[in-house]
Design a protein around this ligand. Structure first.
Ligand code: NAI
Length: 330
C-alpha cells in the first residue's frame, strides 16, 4: 500500500518528534524547516497534503500552485488561520483543517507569566541579583488583587485567562460580540469596548486577527485607556498598530507592554538571529524600553500542547485522506 505523504513546512525538531510519536504507518512525513511561501511552494511537489504553521503563507498564489501540483489538502498545526486565504481555498475546492483548541491553558498561563513578570519586574530583578545588586529601587510592583483586567475576546483562551485572574481576586471585564456563559459564571462582566478601555488597569488581547480586528489597538483606542495601562498581546501581532504603541510608550500612557506576537514576526521569530544585523528598526525600538517584555510566540509551547497539536493534526490528516467529514475543517 502506498503511503500518504505530507510535506511539513516550518518544522522544528520538536514538531518532527511529536508528529512521529503520534503517527500511523500509512502516513509519511517530509519535513522542511523553511516556511511555505511563493518561493518554497515547489518543494511540496509530489506529496498528498501540506502541513503548516502560523507564519506559513497560504495566499491565492500559493494555493493555486499547490492545486496545480495536485495537492488539495491542507492541515494547520495551529488554531489561528489568518494566514490562509480561505475564500481562494474554497474556490479551488481545497480542504483546510486546523487544530481549534489544543491547550488554551498553555497560552493563558503564558499571559499571566508575562503580566506578573512585567508587574514585579522579574526580568530586571533576575539580572540585578546575578550582578550582586540587591537594591529594590525601581522594582516596585502592584497587587493584582482588586485591579480591573479587560479581556478582549472571551473564547477558549480568554476564559482560561479569566479563570486564573479570578484566583488572584482581580475584577475581570470583557468585550466580545459573542458572549460566553462560562465567562459570566466566573464572575466576569461584559462591557462595551470603550468602557473596557476606560476602566481597565490591564488589557489582554484574546480575539482572532481579522479585517475588523486589524490594528484594533491604535491611537484612538489608546487615547481612551487609563494612564499607565498594562497591555498584553498573546494573540496575533497585527491586532496592535506598533507605531501607535511606541508613541504611547514614549508619552507614558502605556506603563507596561508585553508581547508574545509581533506584526512582522515572520521575519524574526522561531529562528536564531543572534549573529545577524536585524533590519527591523521598529522591533529594535521596542526592545529599548525597560517596561516592554517580548517573547517569541511561545504561548502555545508546552509539552501537553505539542502532544495535542500532533494527535489532532494526525486525526485531521486521516479524515482528509479518507475524504470523510472532518470536524476541524474550516
Ligand atoms: P476562540 O475562537 O475560542 O475565541 C476567540 C474569541 O474572540 C471569540 O469568542 C470571538 O467571538 C471573539 N472575537 C471575535 N472578534 C472579536 C472582536 N472584534 N472583539 C472582541 N472579541 C472578538 O479562540 P482562542 O482559542 O481563544 O484563541 C484566540 C486567539 O489566540 C487565536 O485567534 C490566536 O490568534 C491566538 N493564539 C495564540 C497562541 C500563541 O502561542 N501565542 C496560540 C493559540 C492561539
Amino acid at each position: 500500500m502506498s503511503k500518504f505523504t505530507v510535506a511539513v513546512f516550518s518544522s522544528k525538531p520538536y514538531d518532527n518528534q511529536s508528529l512521529l510519536q503520534c503517527t500511523t504507518d500509512d502516513i509519511e512525513f517530509q519535513f522542511f524547516e523553511t516556511r511555505l511561501t511563493e518561493a518554497s511552494v515547489l518543494m511540496a511537489q509530489g506529496v498528498d497534503a501540506v502541513c503548516v504553521f502560523v507564519n506559513d503563507i497560504l495566499n491565492r498564489e500559493v494555493l493555486t500552485q499547490l492545486k496545480n501540483m495536485g495537492i488539495n489538502k491542507i492541515v494547520l498545526r495551529c488554531a489561528g488561520f489568518n494566514n490562509v486565504d480561505l475564500s481562494a481555498a474554497k474556490e479551488l475546492e481545497m480542504s483546510v483543517a486546523r487544530v481549534p483548541a489544543y491547550s488554551p491553558e498553555a497560552v493563558a498561563e503564558h499571559t499571566i507569566a508575562l503580566l506578573l513578570t512585567l508587574n514585579r519586574k522579574l526580568h530586571k530583578a533576575y539580572n540585578r541579583i546575578k550582578d550582586n545588586n540587591f537594591s529594590l529601587t525601581g522594582l516596585m510592583g502592584f497587587n493584582l488583587s482588586g485591579k480591573t483586567v479587560g479581556i478582549i475576546g472571551t473564547g477558549k483562551i480568554g476564559v482560561a485567562t479569566t479563570q486564573i485572574l479570578r484566583g488572584f481576586k482581580a475584577n475581570v471585564i470583557a468585550y466580545d460580540p459573542n458572549q460566553s456563559e462560562e465567562f459570566k459564571a466566573l464572575g466576569g462582566e461584559y462591557v462595551s469596548i470603550d468602557v473596557l478601555y476606560n476602566q481597565s488597569d490591564i488589557i489582554s488581547l484574546h480575539c482572532p486577527l481579522s479585517p475588523t480586528t486589524h490594528h484594533l489597538i491604535n491611537d484612538q483606542a489608546l487615547e481612551k485607556m487609563k494612564q499607565n495601562v498594562m497591555l498584553i498581546n498573546t494573540s496575533r501581532g497585527a491586532l496592535i498598530d506598533t507605531q501607535s504603541v511606541i508613541k504611547h510608550l514614549k508619552n507614558k500612557k502605556i506603563g507596561y507592554l508585553a508581547l508574545d506576537v509581533y506584526e512582522q514576526e515572520s521575519e524574526l521569530f522561531f529562528e536564531d538571529h543572534s549573529f545577524d544585523i536585524l533590519q527591523d528598526d521598529t522591533f529594535q525600538r521596542l526592545l529599548t524600553f525597560p517596561n516592554v517584555l517580548i517573547t517569541g510566540h511561545q504561548g502555545f509551547f508546552t509539552a501537553e500542547a505539542l502532544e495535542q497539536i500532533a494527535s489532532i493534526t494526525i486525526s485531521n490528516i486521516n479524515d482528509l485522506k479518507a475524504n470523510r467529514p472532518c470536524i476541524n475543517s474550516l
